[in-house]
Write a protein that binds this ligand. Structure first.
Ligand SMILES: [Zn+2]
Length: 130
């Protein structure tokens, strides 16, 4: 799978800035991580690549310099940190609006999560991979 570098992630986010979601992807637009809506069609999104570097299990450190939490709507999108280090980048098949996706595996469940890729939240700095 194509590895998306932090610089590339930023470029994808920048290009989408200010673009309005089309009706296909509008239900997916959410500032923080949410569960992928039931009934969502996989074919509505196309995979651009992954933020996961290498084959090793990604780390669990999170990046929250401003006291946000994983689920916060304004949590930084920081490549190299959980859960971005195990996320994939997808885009709407119709309007190309970008999203992040990550599947959380629990003991008895599997949660598919989605978050819109917002340029103002992308953090690239010390500790980020790539
Ligand atoms: Zn769309």
């Amino acid at each position: 799978m194509h590895l998306i570098t932090p610089a590339e992630l930023l470029a994808i986010a920048r290009e989408a800035e200010g673009r309005r979601p089309c009706e296909t992807c509008a239900p997916l637009v959410c500032p923080g991580w949410e569960q992928l809506p039931a009934g969502f069609a996989e074919s509505d999104l196309q995979r651009l690549g992954t933020l996961r570097v290498g084959e090793d299990e990604p780390g669990w450190d999170e990046y929250h310099p401003s006291g946000t939490r994983l689920w916060s709507a304004d949590a930084p999108i920081a490549p190299g940190f959980h859960p971005y280090n195990r996320s994939e980048v997808w885009a709407c098949a119709r309007c190309f609006r970008p999203f992040l996706r990550w599947t959380e595996f629990g003991g008895y469940y599997e949660d598919r999560r989605v978050r819109e890729l917002r340029v103002d939240l992308v953090h690239i700095g010390p500790g980020t991979a790539g």
